[in-house]
Design a protein around this ligand. Sequence first.
Ligand SMILES: NC(=O)c1ccc[n+]([C@@H]2O[C@H](COP(=O)([O-])OP(=O)(O)OC[C@H]3O[C@@H](n4cnc5c(N)ncnc54)[C@H](OP(=O)(O)O)[C@@H]3O)[C@@H](O)[C@H]2O)c1
Length: 295
Amino acid sequence: MKKSTLIIGAAALTAAGCYLYSRTRKQPDHRRKTVLITGASSGLGTEFARIFAQHGFDIVLTARNQDKLDALAYELEQGSGIQTWVIPADLSDAYGAEQLYDAVKEKGLVIDQLVNNAGAGLHGTTTDTDPAAMDRLLELNVGSVTRLCRLFGQDMVKRGSGRILNVSSIGAFGPDPQFNVYGPSKAFELRLSETMYGELFGTGVSVSALCPGPTKTQWARRAGKADSHFAADPYDVALAGFEGMQKGQLVIVPSGTLKAGMVFFRCLPVKLRAVLSSVWQKSLIHKQTKLEKSH
Ligand SMILES: NC(=O)c1ccc[n+]([C@@H]2O[C@H](COP(=O)([O-])OP(=O)(O)OC[C@H]3O[C@@H](n4cnc5c(N)ncnc54)[C@H](OP(=O)(O)O)[C@@H]3O)[C@@H](O)[C@H]2O)c1
């Protein structure tokens, strides 16, 4: 066979290959990405919203306090060119997650990224705390988080892309006494993220868990304890979560000091950790009770 025939044949094959590749290749998605942030009305959720807005995401904001969400939506849209939607929801309600999902669908929105941040704590021992209050907490921190992961995760898998971040806690790594089911619920969020990471590996959807330590938000006071001296800035924690989830990191511990402290603490026997944590948490609850009485 002549050399020129070979060259023409190779060129024709290359052109055909390029044509087929361009036909089968996914078209680039030029649509602006949309994130859904739960618990956006305060603390970490508000900081997440500001960070996503800075990165050009459209944002669906949800929590129960509509006035705070409306004010945040207004702030975020000023001069940023992004769009926001406010969908109030009570995620401690058994139907809250489904109703939120349906409301997002009714608006025709596609959720590219999900931040399961809404969460609450409740001081009191497991034996003495109001069982109905513990059930609501489990619905918020466990039931709704699982349902939102499933509903939005399914859509992401169908599209072949997406990111989910579950805001767990450093408390997920060990006993968290005096806060009944809070610590166990955060351990569930961490385990769920690890499980889904494995299940969705290779689908284009990543699942991450952010494990903050004490952070200066409303959380501690709402749960009935004083802020600890080394509470972190919520912006720094949210930024670590944002960056980690964009990299597809599975477990995100937001600071080196926290990581080192956790490694040291986990060297201690679990019984000792349970007792030491109990003493420390009791002192913070006591401090908060005193603060409230003095006001
Ligand atoms: N701050 C800390 O020290 C710390 C440490 C580790 C982990 N975390 C976790 O970080 C996440 C964010 O908490 P944060 O520190 O930012 O506390 P935060 O300031 O109290 O914010 C909690 C958010 O969750 C929302 N929320 C509470 N109950 C809800 C419900 N029933 N339905 C829907 N939304 C609800 C609140 O909004 P509405 O009241 O308007 O509904 C608020 O936007 C939580 O999952 C928390 O467990 C916090």
